[in-house]
Design a protein around this ligand. Structure first.
Ligand code: MIG
Length: 858
């Protein structure tokens, strides 16, 4: 427990001095990348680029991919000639990112100018100031919704500059970003200052505490096992995604990735309101600048740079129940039976550390779990999957085959001199696999055959920051060497990659050994690109109302940072849940991409039925809602996997012109058309909900609301407000108890009239990688309204999965008066539709065969 002694006036090193390494505190020997004296074309690189040479350093500027430019600093220590810059990337960056544009170069008295297809870079010779310009593409119209002064730049003036000529044709517009100084200390630490604006907003940065907009905050990137409560002071959690989105109303959005898996800092505080300072302890200023113009474009480009998530098996999208720990086979089976008896839909049960013998990974405690094979088979009969925890620490025990084999084959992390790194974790002194080494990673991956043989297809990676007990650093020694092929890295340089490389080895090993089935991996630690291998849960939160509220901005910013498949421990991990908290958190969690109830040893149990019938009913109803919405959710997972968009979104992503939503994070969108407004405090009979422009319907009652304003929603315990945008097309199915149970009847497509919209429905076997080779069905639906009538067009974009039922039940809500007629183009039979006058609802069964056009005549 810390006391006020911490803030003793004599204690000089107060944390809020906020200095990045580049802070101008005058005490450090700062070097500047200032005057640029020459430019040189990058030789022998697949991508086009130039190097700017300054007094103390050189800066390589490389066209990385469409709309993405890379800036990499190369130091020149003690004035020596800089070596050719090493342009190899970390595993965060996809090899397949398309090769960059050709760069043309020109120069005048003041500037070196580099022109790509869209982006351009101007380097000021004298000051070294680097400006990156976008294509000049106009973003959304800058509109004032709901008032507020429009201080933004007038984007009408923005003109594209493809001249590359000497005239300063960019003078009349603002750069996307300007690097006003790049500095480093004598210790190799670097910092760069980026000029922004008073009215700049910042998003992304992965998994951080705080609100949606990171303005005024300062965060470290250093994967940390933080059991202390997750409060605003905590500047680093389990994930480090050094990715920041810059946004101003009316101006093009942009993003910056600092690809450095060592300790880095993003400081939006110490430089004042109009600059950010990004620093790297190891001196790796390896920056990617991504252009918009829209926020969505920035997010999509980030996905082309670092990867999109693969489709999870459908069961992994179902509800999951966990506990630290289910202590025996009987206990796990009884949780499963209770779920089914009580009709609480559920797909996955977890095994935390007690399933192992002495916490040795790839073993079973045969006293607690005498017949794991029988147990898993019985659970499978009931429609449950089992996901066991696998930590990185391998118990140091010469009789333990995993340890013995790892040592013999040199798979574990070691110091340069050869000593194994041994750290204390659950099993006691343990070795840690060096996942940067190909052979070691493959060995680890294949060890998972052990689990697959028992019928296990999902793995939970924990403690992979890595967390180490009893040492001040709380992690692996920084001088441990990761072999990484021919480019060894110290742990200090690659710390933030450890967890991701573990999950990569796990995912790939599982995929190799599962005969075409898609594995599920859940991880606590990660780095940029983690979405390619694992879902992310947000670690050891507590059963605090505040932590439930904070899960929203966390999940939203993770989504803006490439990680779509994410969610917190529902009900809270440590501390003790109350029934009301569990009810509210289950409502909220039922619409998060990752939906798992988990709690810690020694806390009150929090399975959905433990707080009386009323809470149980709330949990049942909302988890059932999740399963009814499975076609919607599953299609959103496909959108994440194919387009790189998040599943839950801040309103800002869909309404970037709306000045009321820049920091709105007590409500969110599921997909683009469903607005979710959870209750985040106890005893709350009503809450205010902000509806953006357009018409919205209460999902529960059908009540119509005009947007662009806040409304007050009644919130008895049974109700979490949900609204649907007019024009939305929402697919649903009949309730099932798990995700692989076949729903009865046709897929229901509900259309909310009064606006226009579209939806792409994705369907496949939910299980295999077949979809990567075209074994899926993708149907695009489009709803249009005009004075003479309304139409629903369906077009089959891909028809690679013939096994599926094609039938649809189309339901048009708020349909107005009874239509004169309804026709289905191409169908000889008259359409058998019905009209419910009380609800103004039309129902139309459609055989759904391929393309069709449904016309509703007024
Ligand atoms: O607390 O394996 O975040 O979900 O139940 C130490 C036991 C270790 C931390 C994880 C938590 C898990 C627990 N683990």
């Amino acid at each position: 427990m810390l006391t006020s002694e911490e803030i003793h006036p004599d204690n000089a090193n107060h944390a809020n001095s906020g200095e990045g390494f580049g802070g101008n505190d005058g005490t450090r020997r700062l070097q500047r990348y200032s005057a640029i004296h020459s430019i040189e074309r990058l030789a022998s690189n697949e991508r086009d680029g130039y190097i700017l040479h300054g007094e103390q350093a050189s800066l390589a500027i490389i066209a990385h991919a469409d709309g993405i430019i890379r800036l990499k600093l190369a130091h020149r220590i003690n004035g020596a000639q800089a070596a050719a810059p090493d342009l190899r990337t970390t595993p965060a960056i996809l090899d397949s990112a398309s090769s960059g544009d050709a760069i043309s170069y020109s120069e005048d008295e003041s500037h070196y100018r580099l022109q790509l297809a869209n982006l351009s870079v101007h380097a000021h010779k004298q000051s070294g100031r680097i400006e990156v310009f976008g294509s000049g593409g106009k973003p959304h119209k800058a509109e004032d919704v709901g008032g507020g002064p429009n201080k933004s730049a007038n984007s009408e003036n923005v003109k594209p500059d493809h001249s590359g000529a000497k005239s300063d044709s960019n003078q009349d517009r603002e750069p996307l970003l300007a690097f006003s100084s790049i500095e480093w200390t004598g210790k190799r630490q670097t910092a760069c200052t980026i000029e922004t604006h008073e009215d700049s907003h910042y998003y992304g940065l992965g998994e951080k505490t705080g609100f949606l907009d990171k303005k005024g905050e300062r965060y470290d990137m250093w994967n940390s096992d933080v059991y202390e409560p997750h409060v605003p002071d905590i500047d680093a959690l389990y994930q480090s995604i050094p990715w920041l989105i810059h946004y101003r109303y009316g101006a093009p959005a942009s993003g910056i990735l600092l690809d450095d898996p060592g300790r880095t800092t993003f400081d939006m505080r110490s430089g004042g309101d109009d600059r950010i300072i990004i620093s790297s302890e190891n001196g790796n200023l390896d920056l990617y600048v991504l252009e918009g113009p829209e926020l969505k474009d920035v997010v999509k480009r980030y996905a082309t740079l670092t990867g999109r998530p693969p489709m999870p098996p459908r069961w992994a999208i179902g509800f999951q129940q966990s506990r630290y720990s289910y202590m025996s086979q009987e206990e796990l089976l009884s949780v499963a039976r209770t779920m089914r008896e009580k009709r609480i839909p559920c797909d996955v049960l977890y095994l935390d550390i007690h399933y192992m013998e002495e916490y040795k990974v790839f073993t079973w405690d045969t006293e607690r779990f005498p017949d794991p094979r029988g147990m898993i088979a019985e659970l499978a009969e009931m429609g449950f999957k089992v996901v066991p925890i696998v930590d990185p620490g391998v118990k140091k025990d010469p009789r333990y085959p995993v340890y013995a084999e790892g040592v013999r084959n040199g798979h574990f992390c070691a110091k340069l001199e050869g000593d194994l790194f041994i750290g204390d974790v659950w099993p006691g002194p343990s070795a840690f696999t060096d996942y940067s080494d190909e052979a070691a990673a493959e060995w680890w991956g294949d060890l998972h055959r052990h689990y697959i043989d028992y019928g296990i297809h999902g793995i939970w990676n924990d403690m992979n920051e890595p967390s180490v007990f009893g040492v001040p650093s709380k992690t692996m020694d920084l001088d441990v060497v990761h072999r990484n092929g021919d480019k060894p890295k110290t742990h200090g340089e690659w710390h933030n990659l450890y967890g991701m490389l573990m999950s990569k080895a796990t995912y790939e090993g599982m995929a190799r050994n599962m005969e075409g089935e898609r594995p599920f991996v859940l991880t606590r630690a990660g780095y940029a690109g983690i979405q390619r291998y694992a879902a992310v849960w947000t670690g050891d939160n507590r059963s605090y109302w505040e932590h439930m509220a904070m899960s929203i901005p966390m999940v939203l910013n993770l989504g803006l940072s490439g990680v779509a498949f994410t969610g917190p421990d529902i009900g809270g991990f440590s501390h003790h849940a109350s029934g009301e908290l569990l009810a509210r958190w289950t409502q909220l969690g039922s619409l998060y991409p990752f939906c798992r109830n988990h709690s810690a040893i020694d806390t009150i149990r929090q399975e959905p039925w433990l707080f009386g019938e009323r809470v149980e009913a709330v949990c049942r109803d909302y988890l059932s809602l999740r399963y009814k919405l499975m076609p919607y959710l599953y299609s959103l997972f496909y959108e994440a996997s194919s387009a790189g968009l998040p599943i839950v979104r801040p309103l800002l992503l869909e309404y970037p012109q709306d000045r009321n939503v820049s920091n709105l994070c007590d409500q969110f969108l599921l997909g683009k058309d469903m607005l979710v407004a959870p209750v985040l405090r106890p005893g709350t009979p009503s809450r205010s909900v902000y509806l953006p422009e357009g018409t919205w319907y209460d999902y529960w009652t059908g009540e119509k609301h005009e947007g662009g304003r806040s409304i007050l929603a009644e919130t008895p315990l049974e109700k979490m407000p949900i609204y649907v945008r007019a024009g939305a097309i929402i697919p649903e199915q009949a309730l099932t108890q798990h995700a692989n149970e076949r729903p009865e009847g046709p897929t229901k497509l509900t259309i909310y009239s009064g606006g226009e919209g579209s939806f792409s429905l994705f369907e496949d076997d939910g299980l295999t990688f077949g979809y990567e080779k075209g074994a899926y069905r993708l149907r695009d639906f489009e709803w249009k309204e005009s004075a003479s009538g309304r139409t629903l067009a369906s077009s089959l974009r891909n028809d690679g999965y013939p096994g599926l039922s094609r039938e649809l039940e189309i339901v048009i809500e708020q349909a107005g008066l009874k239509p004169a007629s309804i026709e289905l183009a191409g169908s000889a039979e008259p359409v058998q539709w019905s009209y419910d006058a009380a609800f103004k609802r039309i129902r139309i069964p459609v055989p759904g065969d391929g393309d069709f056009l449904l016309t509703i005549k007024n």
